[in-house]
Write a new protein. Sequence first.
Length: 116
Amino acid sequence: MTARIKSTMVLLGCLILPFGQAVAQPRLTDVTVFTTDSSGNFQEVDYWDTRPTLSSPDTFIAFIQSGSSGGPFLTGPTAADARPNISLSLGSSSFRLVGNAGFNTPYFGINLFFNG
């Protein structure tokens, strides 16, 4: 096999591999919300997550609602049902997070976890 054919095969393999991985449908499997300072640095004031057991006494449970206010809940109504396993289609998806009120802080961060 010539060097040119080998290079072409490697290039095609690199182009096809990411395409095959992108076809898998992503699933939203966890969410954390936390307070930050104005620069986005983590502050240990309030913390919400979608885990069925609280990771610390200062952690609140967050539940996920589809769309805007009034949409159906996708997780909950109990802490045991808090962890999501939501299949996402291509394009945008809208969710609303609902949880206990925390301190009156102006800045928050969010982590979204996909496919476990």
